[in-house]
Write a protein that binds this ligand. Structure first.
Ligand code: SF4
Length: 213
């Protein structure tokens, strides 16, 4: 079966493309990510994906326009809800394009990420599938988290350090903000403060290796 696969970036595409091909799908990729800022980062992620797609003979439909203005207009004053908009805009684009171009099904590499709201994305994708009359192929690609990382490192792919938008860039690098958020979240879960400090330390040690998308 032909499938249109929304791809957020090269490293996140490695495992989903492998699995879907093993399952017999003929994949075409769709790069539409107006959430990626700033422009140089957008270009870097796109260039990385294009090179990898050539290597593995993966056809792509690419949206090259940088979507900063439109993205910000939709999330300003509603920043806490920005991920919902971010999922909706990308998954809707893919479902709509699948319907227009005659693909019976679509999916997304977002389901590879351990950092996204998996259940929210799934409900959005199912809603878009119903809206456009195409099948949403669900697979929990997080099972291949380490495999995807290993291959992307071996392929010397650019591995981004933050999710994509400018807000996530601040969350990644602004230590005071990160610490505050983690402590709040840990307190909400009734962790003792000393546990929070220990967890913070472990995350600090681990984060430089991550590709956070
Ligand atoms: S944090 Fe990530 S998923 Fe959420 S709005 Fe920013 S780029 Fe999109």
């Amino acid at each position: 079966m032909n499938i249109l696969l929304h791809i957020c970036c090269g490293p996140c595409s490695v495992y989903p493309v492998r699995v879907l091909r093993q399952q017999g799908y003929r994949i075409t990729g769709r790069f539409y990510n107006p959430n990626i800022h700033p422009y140089k980062e957008f270009k870097k992620r796109l260039n990385t994906l294009e090179k990898y797609a050539r290597d593995i003979e993966l056809p792509l439909f690419i949206e090259r326009e940088y979507g900063l203005t439109e993205f910000l207009r939709n999330v300003v004053f509603n920043e806490q809800q920005r991920c919902k908009f971010c999922y909706e805009t990308r998954l809707e684009d893919c479902a709509k394009m699948a319907a227009e171009k005659g693909f019976p099904a679509f999916s997304s590499t977002l389901f590879y990420s351990k950092y996204q709201n998996h259940q929210l994305m799934r409900s959005v994708a199912e809603r878009m599938a119903a809206k456009y009359g195409v099948e949403f192929v669900y697979h929990d690609f997080r099972e291949g988290w380490q495999e995807g990382i290993d291959i992307s490192i071996k392929e010397e792919m650019y591995r981004q350090p933050y999710c994509g938008c400018i807000y996530s860039e601040q969350e990644r690098y602004d230590k005071s903000l990160r610490k505050k958020r983690r402590t709040q979240s840990l307190n909400n879960q009734d962790f003792l403060q000393k546990d929070a400090v220990a967890v913070n330390r472990r995350v600090e040690e681990r984060e430089p290796e991550l590709s956070v998308c």
